[in-house]
Design a protein around this ligand. Structure first.
Ligand SMILES: Cc1ncc(COP(=O)(O)O)c(C=O)c1O
Length: 392
């Protein structure tokens, strides 16, 4: 059967579908008629293979406790092998209903109350939240913006923080949300060697690994055998195939001691199985979703280029940070001369746009905004036009 859902220009009304992106503006303190570019899901229909697999499951009519067998794992491993040159083993896999949940479980499994957990802001805000919510300390190794318009790692500070703060756990965002870096093998090796030297567990959140516009995604655990032993790799079909609402992620922990510690926390939290719809969609996606994925990527890549061109030509004072990966674009408004508060006010209340304001990713995000470019180009254009009017 041929793929059907390849029209990414199609504008689909998501209102009144209980989706967080469109239906909860007022709950989040936004005007009701705001145009959203914030939360990281896409405004595209999923692959028709996912749709059909879910429909077949619905028609069966029974939704009892479920688990997966070899065909599920083969689909997951096949994807990792084909797209990431990585062959995770079946016994490494633990499925969870989401990656943020897995991050919280890792905090509990690998640290104690009061311990520090290292992060690299500006970074996906639940990284600091799950640390603080579990009574641990957030320790920051801030990224810095280089002259090449890309963010970089301060390796000396990274190691200094590990020793000074007795760090045993580091959250790596690979590729990095929101700054769009696809970390190179050299950068990851420098980080990895420091972590091996100081016995630091690395949680590598690779949820954005399938959105690579320049460079190559390196699976952290795949770089050296030693990294396998100290790491947990978080993957999920949710971003790649736009199925975040189905809550399925695949967490790989090669080291058996680390895996058992993580499993103990899942048991203590009372979780056992994931949902059957997530399993069904994940398998269908990884098995048959490649054509849809390739077409979606080509479209989103063009969207990212479209934003870049728009910003360069029409948004004076705004700089787009080089987006090497992810569908999230990080815009620097500091040269507009507007304060972060005034910028938010104009974007939200005048332009009626809903972006993610930069400071939620850490203090260094002040004066920046993150926008989600995974939507029909006409919608993206509308958002940029509205933005232009208020920053002129
Ligand atoms: C880096 C990163 N990790 C995790 C998530 C969310 O994962 P989940 O929905 O599986 O909890 C996101 C979503 O935007 C993300 O950007």
């Amino acid at each position: 059967m041929a793929e059907r859902n390849l029209d990414f220009d199609k504008v689909i009304n998501r209102k009144n579908t209980d989706c967080i992106k469109y239906d909860f503006a007022q709950t989040f303190g936004m005007p009701e008629d705001v145009l959203p570019f914030w939360v990281a899901d896409m405004d595209f229909e999923v692959s028709s293979y996912i749709e059909d697999a879910l429909a077949a499951r619905v028609r069966h009519g029974i939704f009892g406790y479920s688990d997966c067998s070899a065909h599920y794992f083969n689909a997951v491993q096949g994807w990792m092998k084909k797209h990431h040159n990585w062959e995770p083993q079946e016994e490494w896999l633990i499925k969870t209903p989401g990656i943020v949940f897995a991050l919280a479980m890792a905090v509990k499994a690998y640290t104690r109350q009061g311990d520090g957990v290292l992060i690299q802001p500006p970074v996906y805000y639940p990284f600091s939240k799950v640390v603080a919510d579990n009574g641990r300390r957030v320790v920051e190794n801030p990224l810095y913006l280089g002259e090449d318009n890309r963010y970089h790692i301060d390796f000396a500070d990274f190691e200094q923080k590990i020793t000074a703060e007795k760090i045993s756990l580091f959250f790596l965002c690979n590729p990095h949300n929101p700054v769009g870096r696809v970390w190179t093998k050299e950068e990851l090796t420098r980080l990895g060697d420091i972590c091996v030297k100081h016995n630091v567990v690395v949680v590598s959140d690779e949820i954005h690994h399938d959105f690579i516009w320049s460079g190559v995604h390196e699976v952290f655990a795949n770089i050296k055998k030693e990294y396998e032993e100290i790491s947990m790799t978080c993957t999920s079909p949710s971003k790649t195939f736009n199925i975040a609402g189905l809550q399925i992620s695949n967490i790989f922990i090669p080291n058996s001691t680390l895996r058992q510690k993580f499993q103990r926390e899942l048991d203590a939290a009372g979780t056992s199985h994931v949902g059957v719809m997530g399993l069904t969609a994940c398998e269908a996606a990884y098995k048959n979703g490649d054509e849809w994925y390739q077409a979606m990527c080509a479209y989103v890549r063009d969207n990212v280029a479209f934003v870049k061109q728009y910003v360069e030509e029409r948004l004076a004072g705004v700089t787009m940070i080089e987006t090497e990966g992810t569908y999230l674009v990080w815009l620097d408004f500091r040269a507009t001369g507007l304060s972060a508060e005034e910028l938010d006010r104009r974007i939200i209340h005048e332009a009626k746009l809903w972006f993610d304001s930069g400071e939620i990713f850490g203090d260094s995000g002040k004066g920046f905004q993150r926008i989600n470019a995974a939507c029909p180009r006409s919608v993206l254009n509308e958002g940029l036009e509205r933005l232009r009017v208020v920053v002129q």
